[in-house]
Design a binder for this molecule. Structure first.
Ligand code: ADP
Ligand code: MG
Length: 275
């Protein structure tokens, strides 16, 4: 009997904190380490789809088609050059939330169309890139994931509130009897110990992050993703950073790739043990 894939959402209701960057890069890192990986792009800006080198206009279908039951997931997923399979997003996904709003069980539509597939799918790990806002695309994603990796941008004070909002959302889900409740981990992104904004967020007077996380029962991950502009350069080339040949002399870049490899190992441990 095979174990079901581990399913993660990469989240934070705030935009620009690095969700897409981390989703694409950890997916590519896990694939490079031998895992069978699916990335589901659940953001209507389809940035993760693009960074994996996929054009939403040329795929046989997108997540919108799966939501609206025009196609199955198996008919819609496509391989990418990065070794990650993708269930692509496209502009139509932006209209899906409005269409779901008129349906029964509107927060459970993704579970309805994808849940059985995820239980049996040929992947070790599945990452869902989520949109930067509350709404039905996010609520639906939370109903199918085992865990939420919530990205905390260490250069952006506002991203702490995004983590708190995500926690409150999950607690609300947990208040419903027999509810599906994903666990929450917080991943620090854009860590640059020399930067003032980093120190402001980490300063014990401003926020004792480890202490707050412990109090709230949130797992604050030890792995941290460093700040490097190479992430943005790689995305402009429509490739994950981990896939681009790099000079060993660039220490920040090397540290970023090492952190992503460590993250892939932590989120997909069985595969790495077998590799
Ligand atoms: P989100 O998906 O949360 O909206 P993105 O992944 O699109 O955020 O990232 C927003 C911007 O921040 C992008 O330009 C991205 O390249 C940049 N970025 C993300 N993570 C890092 C990092 N660790 N170092 C430097 N820039 C980063
Ligand atoms: Mg994004």
């Amino acid at each position: 009997m095979r174990l079901a894939a581990k399913v993660y959402a990469v989240g934070n209701e705030k935009g620009g904190v690095g969700k897409t960057t981390i989703a694409v890069n950890v997916a590519a890192a896990a694939a490079r380490r031998g895992a069978r990986v699916l990335l589901i792009d659940s953001d209507a800006t389809f940035r993760a789809t693009q960074v994996l080198g996929v054009d939403p206009r040329t795929v046989p279908g997108t997540l919108a088609d799966v939501y609206l039951q025009r196609r199955t997931a198996a008919q819609t997923i496509v391989p990418t050059a990065e070794g990650v399979d993708v269930l692509a997003s496209g502009p139509e996904l932006g209209e899906v939330a409005g269409k779901l709003a008129g349906l029964n069980y509107r927060e459970f539509r993704l579970r309805l169309v994808l849940g059985a597939y995820l239980d049996e799918c040929p992947y070790d790990v599945v990452f869902i890139d989520t949109p930067p806002s509350k709404g039905l695309l996010l609520s639906n994603a939370l109903q199918v994931v085992d865990e939420v990796v919530c990205v905390l941008d260490m250069t952006d004070d506002g991203s702490v509130q995004g983590v708190v909002n995500t926690l409150l959302h999950i607690r609300e889900m947990a208040a419903v009897p027999n509810a599906h409740v994903p666990t929450l981990r917080v991943l620090r992104n854009r860590v640059d110990e020399r930067a003032r904004s980093y120190r402001q967020i980490m300063d014990a007077d401003a926020l004792d992050l480890p202490g707050v996380c412990e109090q709230l029962g949130i797992d604050l991950m030890q792995i941290e993703i460093p700040e490097t502009r190479e992430f943005t350069n790689a995305a402009a080339e429509r490739r994950p950073l981990v896939a681009i040949p790099r000079p060993a002399s660039n220490r920040r870049l090397t540290a970023a790739v090492a952190a992503l490899d460590a993250l892939a190992d932590e989120l997909c441990p069985a595969k790495v043990a077998a590799a």
